[in-house]
Design a protein around this ligand. Structure first.
Ligand code: FES
Length: 103
C-alpha cells in the first residue's frame, strides 16, 4: 500500500498542569517542532509531515519524538539534533543515532 506521507514525525507537546508530574510540554516542545516543520519545507523534503501529539505514554524519556511508520523513538533536544535528524533520517534515510528503540 502506498502511503500518503512516507514519514509522520510526532513531537509530544503534552503539558501537564500538575507541577509535580513530568511531561514533554515542560521542555518547550512547540518551538523545536515548528523549527523542524519549517526546515522540512525550506529543504523541500517531500512526503514528510511534522505534527504535535498528546502524551505518547513514554513520559520517562521526555522530551520524546516518534517517527512512523518506522516506530522509531528519539530524544531531540536542540536545533543541532534537528539538523542532524533531518540530514540523516529524512534526507539520507539512515538510522538517526539518537534512536531510543532499544529502551
Ligand atoms: S508527556 Fe510526552 S510522552 Fe508523556
Amino acid at each position: 500500500m502506498k502511503l500518503f506521507y512516507e514519514k509522520n514525525i510526532f513531537f509530544c507537546t503534552n503539558l501537564r498542569k500538575e507541577k509535580e508530574k513530568i511531561s514533554c510540554g515542560k521542555h518547550n516542545r512547540q518551538e523545536p517542532r515548528n523549527y523542524m516543520e519549517k526546515r522540512v519545507k525550506e529543504l523541500a523534503i517531500k512526503k514528510i509531515i511534522v505534527n504535535s501529539s498528546g502524551c505518547l505514554n513514554r513520559c520517562n524519556l521526555v522530551p520524546i519524538v516518534v517517527s512512523y511508520p518506522e516506530d522509531n523513538w528519539y530524544k531531540i533536544l536542540i536545533k543541532e539534533d534537528i539538523s542532524s535528524f533531518i540530514d540523516e533520517f529524512l534526507i539520507k534515510r539512515r538510522i538517526f543515532k539518537k534512536n531510543l528503540k532499544e529502551n
